[in-house]
Design a protein around this ligand. Structure first.
Ligand SMILES: [Mg+2]
Length: 373
């Protein structure tokens, strides 16, 4: 199965409305699709969704690297040699997680397509056909706006994800409390701080978070502060029964061991994009299991190719500690894959077709692609 072409396609991808979280307001996204074709006629797709706050990659850097060095290194090689191909890129380029995620996904997709099997089957088989997801409410300084959005999402999702850390502590807590009042008691909350709180904030917030039904907090303290996160975990889990997930502090499988040694979390977020693909995400999940830490599947609001990869990953993980962050495509103004994800009772069916189980819509691609072709 020899690779005959590698192509990066930058997209003009816009969100249907601004999405606020952490210190970020996102209105458009820098997605790049990667297409790998082989001499058997099989085609595989991957997606890079670079987030400037996580790596120095941009749409232009991903596109240039894939259409230049990667194409030169991959064409003529066997697509089945995924580990060797990825290692060749990683040896000379560090910290290009989003590019690597696209390459890992496209290689898995093309090989699975070639065998007529789903990526999850290539990875050893699924343990679940459906993945629970949560509604992502986002952040707003107006508690009533948060409450309204939470109420709308509560019609479709059981678990709701809220954000804090950007506003003052009291204002953010009032938003969470307003959301709780709006949705009633039946919707557990995830709360993402994106590393913006101090340990003092955690101490002060703890009782109100427990009262507001927050079940899990992502990255309470800056990822470069394992001691702070360890203290936060002792307080939140020990005193309030609230799990703490390491997100920004987990970028490589080795990070899981460091977080485990420091006691800096009780759950590990193994997002496919931020880790550089399904392959390192699975390795990270194994390190987590070896340390007795459960995992959850995160995301960075990707389009349909990366999201499908996230679903294939979630399908093969033995146990998931919380609902997955895999509704990214719904935040975009236009889709690039079919079928479009459609949560039912907070669950997404893992596609059963070959490869990722989604088809890239060539018409949509023609409208969205930024490069001349
Ligand atoms: Mg997070």
């Amino acid at each position: 199965m020899l690779i005959t072409s590698v192509e990066a396609i930058p997209l003009r991808a816009e969100l249907s409305q601004p999405f606020r979280f952490g210190n970020i307001v996102r209105t458009r996204s820098q997605n790049v699709l990667v297409k790998i074709t082989t001499d058997t006629g099989a085609t595989g797709w991957g997606e890079a969704c670079p987030v400037p706050q996580l790596t120095a990659e941009t749409q232009a850097s991903v596109t240039a690297l894939v259409n230049g060095e990667v194409r030169q290194a991959f064409v003529g090689q066997d697509a089945r040699a995924r580990h060797a191909l990825l290692a060749a890129v990683n040896r000379v380029h560090l910290g290009i997680h989003f590019t690597m995620a696209a390459l890992d996904t496209a290689l898995l997709d093309v090989v699975a397509q070639g065998h007529g099997m789903a990526v999850s089957d290539l990875l050893g088989g699924r343990v679940r056909e459906q993945v629970e997801v949560h509604g992502s409410v986002g952040w707003d300084e107006d508690p009533q706006a948060v409450a309204r959005t939470a109420q709308a999402y509560a019609e479709e999702f059981t678990w709701l994800k809220l954000y804090a850390g950007k506003g003052t502590l009291d204002a953010d807590l009032r938003s969470i409390e307003a959301a709780r009042e709006a949705v009633g008691a039946e919707h557990p909350f995830l709360l993402d701080i994106n590393g913006l709180w101090t340990v003092t904030d955690v101490v002060r917030a703890g009782p109100r978070l427990r009262e507001a039904g927050v079940q899990l907090i992502e990255q309470p303290v800056h990822p470069a502060d394992p001691l702070g996160n360890a203290t936060a975990t002792r307080i939140l889990l020990g005193e309030h029964g609230i799990d703490v997930a390491a997100d920004e502090s987990i970028r490589d499988p080795a990070d899981v061991a460091a977080v485990a040694r420091a006691g800096a979390a009780s759950v590990i977020n193994v997002g496919m994009s931020k880790m550089g693909g399904i392959t390192p995400a699975l390795a990270a999940a194994q390190v987590a299991a070896a340390h007795g830490l459960p995992v959850m599947v995160g995301g960075v609001v990707e389009l349909g190719v990366a999201n499908a990869a996230g679903l294939q990953l979630a399908a093969v993980l033995p146990a998931l500690a919380a609902p997955s962050y895999l509704m990214g495509p719904l935040k975009y103004a236009e889709q690039v894959t079919s079928p479009v994800i459609a949560p039912q009772e907070s669950r997404l069916r893992v596609p059963t077709g070959p490869g990722l189980g989604v088809t890239v819509d060539e018409d949509a691609l023609g409208r969205l692609r930024l490069d001349a072709h």
